[in-house]
Design a protein around this ligand. Sequence first.
Ligand SMILES: Cc1ncc(COP(=O)(O)O)c(C=O)c1O
Length: 360
Amino acid sequence: MNRKYNFNPGPATLPLTALEKIRDNIVEYDQAGMSILEMSHRSAEYGAVHAKTKELMTKLFGIPDNFQILFLGGGATLQFCMVPMNFLTQQLSADYIITGSWAKKAYKDAKLYAPVKVAASTEEQKFNRIPKQSELKLDPAAQYVHLTSNNTIAGTQWQQFPDTGNVPLFADMSSDIMSRRIDFKKFGLIYAGAQKNLGPAGVTVVIIRKDILEKSREGLPAYLSYKTHAGDDSLYNTPPVFAIYVIMNVLEWVEAQGGLIAVEQMNRKKADLLYAAMDADPDYYRGTNEKESRSYMNVTLRLPSEELEKAFIAEAGKAGLHGLKGHRSVGGIRASIYNAFPYEGMEKLVEFMKKFRKSH
Ligand SMILES: Cc1ncc(COP(=O)(O)O)c(C=O)c1O
């Protein structure tokens, strides 16, 4: 098989060694006489997968003891409503920082439950930057401050998380979770759809501070309450077992790379290579965002015309560079270069950019 360099924004490229290991174990898992796909989620074998996935995530991400990991369904999108449902009322509000369309969707759902406020928005600048600390209008009585750590569509990323005083940050980290180390002290709740850095679509990881979990509302439908899942170690109902198993394999790959420090360094190296190529030729390969706000996961750029962009995407595809089309809502070019995207792929892209520039 001739694997393409896969720049898809999510679902996205996964480590080849993890895929191969999953393939080798797909028919029979660990001499159990059946596939992991066929097993009870209450079996000892699956129990070990569940525990190992949490253990690896805790170790590699440096998750402190006062947090709990949950594996849920419904995508990151379900968290847009589940978060406010669990923590807000008409009297208890939260602040939202709007840095892209995913943040806007989260805000829109939260408005259904509480008079939530916009602490800052960069929509007028087409989301081309992350707001500065001085721009944030924070309410000290807010239950949380919600932000999107990496804006998958706009191609911006918080390089430094804001100071929100005693109010915890609640972050949608769908597109940069486990791409870098973070200071958990700032966070109360983190959620992420797995289908970028962690594994396949189908599981959403929630990492929640235990004292905050305790404060979540009673009286919600069972599935929509964090307490239900926390109380049953994410086994209240059938969890997305296969997706969790894939995450375990991806985390083993992260560990083999040298852990998060090594992965973070490689992510910077990959993105820096591409940004340097763009900055060397800024009239042709124009970055869409302010430099300090640029994402290390989704690099967005424009060419001098839409025709050239179409030709770029088509010719790149023929050269084995797949998935470079920008999101349908913004157009342009987007290279999504998550943890598993290989450095050689970046070299190939930069080489292709030079050739394309000469011939067009
Ligand atoms: C930052 C961010 N949040 C939320 C979502 C929505 O995730 P899901 O499709 O898992 O609901 C995405 C999807 O790409 C995303 O990039």
